[in-house]
Design a protein around this ligand. Structure first.
Ligand code: 5AD
Length: 343
């Protein structure tokens, strides 16, 4: 196993079979090498992103997601610009220099103007901050306009790089092809792009995970968001089991070795399946955490899955907890935009 891990660290790619072995291995050396790779680029610094979940309306019906349009039990909300600016003000005071604006695919924002107003208002007040958008699939022209209005980064998980598997997670009108086109468009426009997938999504095989790794190698994104799948009671996948902690940590370590400069969050989903999940993620090679800055009264309305952590804790408290937890394992949360240092 050590020889494989060393080879990955040196060549940044492996054969399919070797990837499969590493994904399921239990050798602590994988994490050690991943940490070493991360320390060479980012030291012991952890970047923080303030997540603002600004709309939970969604026109899509993804089988795994609690915000799917068929879920009529969710009270829907959309934050006003004032509310979003309040989140940013609090976040800025807490040391956040990246705001992640995330939402469902809300028809209200179908034409770009409302999003452009938001981007411009935030950039005007906080020109030293980066803005990450995560609002799903849009046209090239729309991505272009949003980029020009101030969006620096874009998160759009590809969910799975296998088209047949993709079609078992989404209704027919959504395709992997269109998802990949969006990611290409975003890259071409000049965004720092993030793709990603859920570990343990229903129907996922080890081969699918290898396909994800190879797709990421080819796309060469600045960020990759991965976390375990966690079932939501009001979705068709309610009875499915959650993704595995070890498999998720191994995937993080492998990605770190494939691209040492990657921005790799220890996700909320990881912190949800294990109490120390985010610390374990950092120790496996992750270098980003994304605490929630959304208003307290909307938190429980943005449940992609059940059991999501931090829905009762205010941003100041979350920031303190993360500071302490990361300090305890020898890492330091920093106040910085935290752009990808592409080597
Ligand atoms: N479990 C874990 N992650 C989920 N996401 C959506 N639903 C779930 C779930 N049930 C992830 C998807 C999406 C991101 C915003 O959240 O990968 O892209």
């Amino acid at each position: 196993m050590r020889a494989l891990i060393d080879r990955l660290a040196e060549q940044r790619i492996l054969t399919r079979d070797a990837f499969k072995l590493l994904l399921t291995c239990e050798d602590a050396y994988l994490q050690e090498r991943a940490r070493e790779a991360r320390h060479q680029v980012y030291g012991k610094q952890v970047f923080i992103r303030g997540l603002i979940e600004f709309t939970n309306y969604c026109k899509h019906d993804c089988y795994y997601c609690g915000l799917r349009c068929s879920n009529t039990t969710v009270p829907r909300y959309r934050l006003s610009l004032e509310q979003m600016l309040d989140c940013c003000r609090l976040g800025y005071d807490l040391g956040f220099r990246t705001f992640v604006l995330q939402g469902g695919e809300d028809a209200y924002y179908a034409d770009d103007d409302a999003l452009i107003d938001i981007l411009q208002a935030i950039k005007e007040r906080y020109p030293d901050c980066a803005i990450t958008l995560s609002v799903g699939e849009r046209s090239y022209e729309s991505y272009q306009r949003l980029f020009e209005a101030g969006a620096d980064r874009y998160l759009l998980r590809h969910e799975t790089a296998d088209a047949a598997h993709y079609s078992t997670l989404h209704p027919a009108q959504m395709t992997l092809e269109s998802r990949k086109q969006c990611l290409q468009d975003l890259k071409q426009i000049g965004y720092q792009v993030g793709c990603g997938f859920m570990v343990g999504a229903p129907g996922q095989t080890l081969d699918h995970l290898v396909d994800d790794l190879l797709f990421i190698k080819e796309l060469d994104p600045a960020m990759v968001g991965i976390g375990p799948f966690i079932p939501h009671a009001d979705t068709p996948f309610a009875g499915e089991k959650a993704g595995d902690l070890r498999l998720t940590l191994n995937a993080l370590s492998i990605l770190r070795l494939m691209k040492p400069s990657l921005l790799l969050p220890a996700t909320t989903a990881l912190g949800t399946i294990a109490p120390d999940g985010r610390e374990l993620g950092i120790l496996a090679g992750a270098n980003v955490v994304m605490p929630n800055l959304s208003p307290m009264d909307t938190r429980k309305k943005y449940l992609l899955y059940n059991g999501k952590i931090s829905t009762d804790d205010d941003p100041r408290y979350c920031r303190d907890v993360i500071d302490r937890k990361l300090q305890a394992i020898g890492y330091e949360v920093v106040t910085a935009r935290g752009d990808c240092i592409d080597l």
